[in-house]
Design a protein around this ligand. Structure first.
Ligand SMILES: [Zn+2]
Length: 191
């Protein structure tokens, strides 16, 4: 469970929506994953002028207990929903607006959402920003077999960092500041 633009959404959706946003897609999420209690409130006591929501049951589109691929509502009057959906399709995801008259109600194929999540999730969670930047740049250049000089520079700074982690661990232990994982990531690229 996570949040995007203040709305509660699944972890997968949060990562994918953040990536779209970071790539410059303009949209506003107005509703994400709801609890059964929230849905019951909307169903039995709908705020004036709002469309009827589905019955509050565990598999309702905005509830889908235990699943990542719940429906989301994205403001459509400003074109945001269309822009987001076009972006998702460009990334290879199957999406739809299955509810007639609800252009804002967006659904996504579960395995496609998972694929996008795996593509966009942070491979180095909790690492310091500089290390993350070096690791990502190094991997990108290495995969493209590109810019050997820059890679040598990166190996040099990553080696220095690796040594300083080793040093700090000797003083205050490995089980601090994510040192074990960070050291392993740097070591794998500098030995
Ligand atoms: Zn909806």
């Amino acid at each position: 469970m996570a949040y995007f633009q203040g709305e509660r959404v699944s972890t997968y959706w949060a990562v994918v929506l953040q990536e779209a946003y970071d790539q410059g897609v303009h949209f506003t999420v107005t509703s994400g994953q709801r609890t059964i209690a929230e849905q019951a409130r909307l169903y039995y006591n709908p705020p004036a002028g709002t469309p009827r929501v589905a019955k509050p049951y565990p598999t309702a589109p905005h509830i889908r207990v235990g699943r990542q691929d719940h429906a989301i509502d994205v403001a459509s009057f400003d074109g945001g929903e269309t822009r987001l959906q076009a972006w998702l399709r460009n990334q290879g995801a199957r999406t739809s607006n299955p509810v007639g008259g609800e252009a804002w109600h967006l659904e996504i194929n579960a395995s496609d959402l998972k694929k996008l999540y795996n593509r966009f999730k942070d491979p180095f969670p909790g690492y310091p920003a500089d290390e993350k930047r070096w690791l990502l740049e190094y991997d990108r250049l290495k995969a493209a077999n590109h810019d050997k000089n820059r890679r040598q520079v990166l190996v040099r700074v990553m080696t220095e960092k690796r040594k300083s982690i080793w040093h700090e661990a000797g003083l205050t232990g490995w089980h601090k500041n994510n040192r074990i994982k960070r050291y392993a990531s740097l070591r794998a690229r500098t030995k």
